[in-house]
Design a protein around this ligand. Structure first.
Ligand code: URA
Length: 429
């Protein structure tokens, strides 16, 4: 095979053969296809698309570039076989759902091997949030992961370098060549990692709206359908929910403050939208793993999910009782008028939290544990002029000005009687 031929095939809108796909992914991973060639191919895919067969083959080739985990030998302490289920969110603002969800699902005897990432850009990363907990560590060996899954039932940790290395290299290349936004490439990127991870069941939370990858419902639906088909083809019982990301989830966007809100949910309280989505995703994961008689809402209110959380955090060196770090400085943003808050833009809040130090501009930057945005009202609430709407948090007060710039135009207040536009859970695929 020849890289230029492969590029020409896709440039000229022809279908890539299985052999071409296997070869180009393998050769790129080994360094035999150059970055500039792979970026030309990625751009041709972005412009001309791939068929379902091509996308499935591309996904298999990326899985084959690395190791595949296997949980089929997983047993509980009592010796029972444990089914596995995982969740993946395409990324949003204030999306801390994985934190309460993983221990919640484990309550019902379904093991949750949740491989997570760090944030880049305005969407936060689950590992950055958990690292706000003193002592907690994200890196586990495969053996540590297996034994924690058997003992505790849930683990949230960093994906090892051995999982889909082709994707690791290709995603970084797409990030700097304007080729992230291609549905076949996004779907194969996410699903290659999830299939290689070896989970038996997978629930995808595909976000739609200003704070999401997919701004409109039609493209989110297409991404969801593509990923569900890839999962089913690979023998992973996969379902997807389309959920709203025009406004942040819950009342916090940051790191420590999102852990704090997750603890409220695990204690049986917390914001309504976070609880609703956590419970619904738990029901979907449990059903996909074959457990149908569970009552996840009850396991939040009676403390069983909190017990698993405490053991999960302690197993990774974290102190579940340690006070969480707090930002040194804060500034308040006030409501500009009386009326119903109908819009609170997720992207603007995400960018503000990022600029306050909750996220990173470059991969090697550190994040501030205490930084972020705390909301005092959500869409649907009646607010009065001069009432606090948000608190901005950072250790470095020179960041306030740029954060406030990001929030210009983020708040929409309408006359009494108006209603916010969209429901939280839009559809199931
Ligand atoms: N997340 C991924 O892991 N890959 C993509 O391509 C986009 C989002």
């Amino acid at each position: 095979y020849d890289a230029v031929d492969v590029i020409r095939t896709k440039r000229d809108r022809r279908e890539l053969s299985d052999g071409q796909i296997d070869w180009v992914i393998d050769a790129y991973t080994r360094g035999a296809v150059a970055d500039e060639q792979m970026s030309a191919l990625a751009m041709a895919v972005l412009l001309n698309g791939m068929t379902h067969r091509e996308t499935a083959r591309w996904t298999s080739a990326m899985i084959a570039s690395g190791e595949r985990m296997d949980f089929s030998s997983l047993r509980s302490r009592a010796g029972r076989t444990l089914p596995t289920a995982d969740k993946h969110s395409t990324g949003g603002v204030g999306d801390k759902i994985t934190l309460p969800l993983a221990p919640l699902v484990a309550v019902f005897g379904v093991a949750v091997p949740q491989l997570s990432g760090r944030g880049l850009g305005h969407t936060g990363g689950t590992l950055d949030k958990l690292e706000a907990i003193p002592g907690w560590r994200a890196s586990l060996t495969n053996d540590e992961m297996m034994s924690q899954l058997g003992d505790v039932g849930a683990v949230i940790c960093a994906a090892g370098a051995g999982l889909a290395p082709a994707d690791r290299k290709l995603y970084a290349l797409r990030d700097v060549t304007g080729t992230v936004e291609a549905i076949p490439l996004i779907a194969s990127s996410i699903m290659s990692k999830k299939i290689a991870e070896g989970t038996g069941a997978l629930v995808l939370d595909v976000k739609v709206g200003s704070g999401a990858f997919m701004k409109d419902e039609a493209s989110a639906r297409e991404l969801a359908q593509t990923m569900v088909a890839l999962g089913q083809d690979a023998g992973v019982n996969t379902v997807a929910l389309l959920t709203d990301m025009d406004t942040p989830l819950g009342l916090t966007a940051g790191n420590a403050i999102e852990v704090e809100e997750s603890l409220e949910v695990l204690a049986g309280g917390g914001p309504e939208d976070v609880v609703e989505l956590t419970v619904r995703l738990a029901e979907e994961m449990l059903a996909a793993a074959g457990v149908h008689d569970a009552d996840p809402a009850r396991a939040l209110s009676d403390g069983r999910a909190m017990d698993v959380w405490r053991r999960m955090i302690a197993a990774q060196g974290g102190d579940p009782d340690a006070p969480l770090p707090a930002a040194r400085e804060s500034e308040t943003v006030y409501a500009p008028a009386d009326g119903v808050l109908v819009g609170l833009d997720a992207l603007a809040v995400g960018v503000a939290a990022w600029r306050l130090g909750a996220g990173r501009a470059r991969k090697e930057d550190a994040v501030q544990a205490g930084a972020g945005v705390r909301l005092h009202a959500k869409p649907g609430a009646f607010v009065r002029a001069g009432e606090p709407l948000m608190t901005l948090l950072t250790d470095t007060p020179e960041r306030f000005a740029r954060a406030k710039e990001a929030l210009e135009g983020a708040v929409t207040i309408a006359p009494e009687g108006a209603r916010p536009a969209r429901r939280l859970i839009i559809d199931r695929i």
